[in-house]
Design a protein around this ligand. Sequence first.
Ligand SMILES: C[S@@+](CC[C@H](N)C(=O)[O-])C[C@H]1O[C@@H](n2cnc3c(N)ncnc32)[C@H](O)[C@@H]1O
Length: 234
Amino acid sequence: MVFKFLSSVVTIDIVSVQPKMFEGFLSESIVSRAVKKGLCSINIIDLKDYGVGRWKKTDDKPYGGGPGMLMRCEPWFAALEPLLPARVIMTSPAGRKFNQSDAQELSKCDHIVFMCGHYEGFDARIETLATDIFSIGDFVLTGGEIPAAAMADAIVRLIPGVLGGGIEATQSESFSSGGGLEAPQYTHPAEFRCMKVPEVLLSGDHKKIDKWRRAAAAELTLKNRPDLVKRGQL
Ligand SMILES: C[S@@+](CC[C@H](N)C(=O)[O-])C[C@H]1O[C@@H](n2cnc3c(N)ncnc32)[C@H](O)[C@@H]1O
């Protein structure tokens, strides 16, 4: 079963044993707006359609013993080979940590395939299908659907035309220009429960506002993410 959502500039295929997990993601998000605008297409592919035997098995017991089940090779090779060539992203807590530079790079690709693991993960031979193995953080989720949706969202919002604010909306935010965090932001009212918006932001003096934002961004980065400063990204 393949759910097709319009075809256009960037094609993202997501292969999963739980395709229904993407229903909300594809109907309610900015990603769904990007699909409607024709800026990307997203196909959800049910791995069970490529399962082995009468029961369409996608998993089996690990050789050498151990808890849980592993994903078998045959369904993954059968599902992915017709989709190649593409950037094939395996989701795994053992992968390299996905970051904003990866999202920027992938937003320029024509065709991306996400592999959503389940159970205890993939038979190690399935890795040979992947061009990249990405983790979304140092924690273990039950499946690769949330990581795939998170990465797809980070990628799609960088495709020109997807966000209302234009290119500037993605260039001035955290992890983008300079690599640090974005400065704190404020909206109306100017005062709420004795908490005032910094005077400079009400001044209309854009030189002073830029200077304040740069200093506030550096201060916030030092406080919350000193690792970014140590890596010399500011
Ligand atoms: C329960 S996890 C498997 C964990 C694996 N046994 C391990 O210890 O590394 C099942 C699947 O969820 C996905 N997953 C879980 N945590 C993830 C993370 N932090 N980043 C990316 N994918 C993750 C992967 O697709 C993985 O194959």
